[in-house]
Design a protein around this ligand. Structure first.
Ligand code: AMP
Length: 216
């Protein structure tokens, strides 16, 4: 059983890798981005509050995500988890520490998937996302006119925040907010950096290699 955090800039493939890892190890996959998009899609009170932040690529107020994660962590404490895209600031990292302490849990590792900004812009310009199940496709893998998800038949769409100028903004926000967070985890001795360039299976192999070293 693992208790992991996966971080990385937009387009690093962190959610895809988190998904595969959580499937393989039966871990709960907790993605704050996905939780927030679901709130927006359902037009809940939270969704209405955070819609503009997502559209601009800015971080939503920390108390919103802290609350979402707090509720979930409690539910999945026995199962193990992969936190995807959280924490995204020092304030969130502090909240997570307190949260884990209350639950008497600790993190096995914080994995950060690294890619250069222009790789992110290129990848996300070619990304299609299923509105039903959240599966992602690259335009190289599918026919440009393909409109339906191969997994659930849902409608394939582009994410508004995958437009190049929003991706660049998300990248800037990531670097500004994450530097001290990564420093904090490096200091605690749990940070592991993974090269995110190359294909999804290549990156996954690197990630598994890292976990194998942590627990041979
Ligand atoms: P992601 O799917 O992780 O790329 O996140 C998409 C968007 O959701 C981000 O650009 C933020 O607007 C918002 N978001 C996701 N996770 C967080 C978080 N931990 N804190 C604040 N905002 C977040």
């Amino acid at each position: 059983m693992w208790r992991l955090v996966i971080l990385g800039p937009p387009g690093s493939g962190k959610s895809t890798q988190a998904e595969r890892l959580s499937d393989e190890h039966h871990l709960a996959h907790l993605s704050t981005g996905e939780m927030l998009r679901a709130e927006v899609a359902r037009a809940t009170t939270i969704g209405q509050e955070v819609g503009q932040y997502l559209a601009k690529g800015h971080l939503v107020p920390p108390q919103v995500v802290n609350r979402l994660i707090h509720e979930k962590l409690n539910q999945v404490r026995e199962q193990g988890f992969v936190l995807d895209g959280y924490p995204r600031s020092v304030e969130q990292a502090q909240a997570l520490d307190e949260n884990l302490e209350q639950l008497a849990l600790s993190l096995d590792a914080v994995l950060v998937i690294e890619i250069p900004q222009e790789t992110a812009v290129e990848r996300l310009a070619a990304r299609m996302v299923c509105a039903g199940c959240g599966a992602t496709y690259n335009l190289d893998e599918i026919e440009r006119a393909e409109a339906e998800c191969r997994q659930c038949g849902g409608k394939l769409m582009r994410r508004d925040d995958d437009e190049p100028e929003v991706v660049r903004e998300r990248f800037v926000v990531y670097q500004r907010e994450m530097l001290p967070v990564l420093e904090r985890y490096r200091h605690k001795g749990v940070l592991v950096s993974i090269d995110g360039q190359g294909s999804r299976p290549e990156v996954y192999t690197r990630l598994k290699g890292v976990l194998a070293k942590l627990r041979p």
